[in-house]
Design a protein around this ligand. Sequence first.
Ligand SMILES: [Zn+2]
Length: 668
Amino acid sequence: MTTYKARELLGMDIDEIANLGVNTLTIEFEDGVSVKTTIRKTLYSRFFWQIHQNYDKLPVYSRHFVEHVLSKDGGVLNSGTHISLLAIISKDVIELYKLQDPKSKELLYTLIYQVTNNIYNEINKYIDSSVVTIDILDFLNLSFNAEVLAANTGLKPTPKNIERIHKKILEIISNSDPSNNIVKAIKAKMVNANQVTQCLSIRGYPSEVDGKVLSTPIMSNFTLGLNKLYDLVTESRSAAKSLYFSEAPLEDAEYFARRLQLMAMYVEHLDPVDCGSNDYIKWFIRPPEFNDLNEQVYAGDLKFMKGKWYLNETTNTLKSIEGNEKHLENTTILMRSVLTCKHPDKHTVCAVCFGKLSENINAYANLGHICAATMTRQTSQSVLSNKHYQGSSISTDLHLGEQLSRVFTISKSKTSLLLNSKLKSMLPKLIVTKDSALGLIDALSDDNTDDINPAYVSNIESLGVSLEINGIVITDEYNMLQSNRKCMLAKELIIYIREHKWGLDSSGGFIFDLVDWDYNDDLLIYPKKEYSFSDHSKQVAKIIETGVNDIIKRDDPESPAYTLKELFKLVNSKLNVNISLLEVIIYAVTTPREPGNQDLSRNYTDTILGVSDKVIKGRSLSNLYAYENQSNVIVTPEAFIPDNRPDSVYDIFCLPGEVLSMTERRKS
Ligand SMILES: [Zn+2]
């Protein structure tokens, strides 16, 4: 076998290597490792060594060869291989050439871009003989695989079990006949594995456009065909859902993204210095959460806090979070935060307050824009994913917060609430407004118990519970929404009310005395609905933007830090967004507590969370012109009154002269 030194191959161009006339070769790398390999892997890797040609002091290590990445990744080239290899090489370049300053990384970024582009454009010249296709025989071969057949029928098809069956099927397929082209495609991540389960497992539970889960699953799949009328009719809802989600919900998500970028882009720069702030945010680190079956439902705060600096109180030094600090779970740390950064320029955040993620931010990027776009890319994508893939639907479990669990408990079925039996001695009463139980009088005037449909009786967003504690009656209002689902009076409760009657309060609301209530019965039920990413995106928007009605709550000086916690919890319950990015977003919408002043909050002593509509209108007019209703802006007198509007990078297009003179002033 021919042996080549790695540097020798670096001296040849790609065509020369392709024409060497050998299929296998041994490469001696500059870390002393020799690798026996194929010409194809050599060709692929040689594209990456363009970086070594430009950084010629960098040795060609064996870890810069594709074999190194493949050995850790199942041996198959996949859609992430080039990124892993580029990451290893770039890390070595940064360490060897000490490219810590963001501006010094520009050449490296250019090379990364060029390498990726060259592979995409040129590698197809060399891979003709490796192209394969998938046909129906590949599908049938796996469909009738004994293990696949056994897995499909092994568990009773409940929504949760179908999820497990799909997982099992993927596991079986990944380990089956490697010459099957579907198996190859899955391993190379060229097809969406979830779509494969729809062809080889059970299609599962279909759902309606509004997310209501239908109660009978489709037991066939797209290889065996949908041959029953029920299957065809219910599967047609998937098409209706795809159409729906590609319109209004996606538009809403994207328009929110635009508003957020316009607000966040005032945070312009990341300065690679330490502002030295000793104003910390107290952060309680939530551990991972599991459900009854020991399946993880939340990965824990640390996963989303990598790179944040916190104060090690024993040594009084800063330490960064790596993501695996088990000892920090359930403790409160003092965290450096963008919200309390002391950098003299309010448009700039220092690298220490931002966290180690600052190393990933390009020197010329607009920090606020990156942070907003990184988050909303995920919210939009999750809404859009409905258009491409609809798996077996599964209803979301109920979760009671601290407040609700004082009065309710969750039933075994996880879709209804029981009255907490601890309340027995407190003579509980339930208070429901007239508007949320419009069908109740009709349901009560009927004697028949069989045709009570709770969905037609009530639809409750919030209700009151009154309790007698030490002779004093206390009534509290509870928000009953669960992932945007409203609750309903359970059938058992409606029958109970028929027998025990009801009272009315001063505003005509119903009062149900529960003194004879059977605490084992369902009190309130929820419709079975799958999780909606469109609702999630709306909730995220609501936390950041909130309309004028909630201004009073946003007026609390603690609100920026509090809102950060709320946003972090909501976003990362479903997505994966690092806390640093959320901090920048919250900082961008925080304003001083001065009427009419929508400046960035840095250097003001008293700050509150701004209301987005006012923030957009109260900052740079250029951004406002880039937003909407330009004619209104032009005819509003306030638009022409000079005040403390913070400037924006977009101003250069509207007021080039002023911007240039302002830039000079900022420097001095
Ligand atoms: Zn700082």
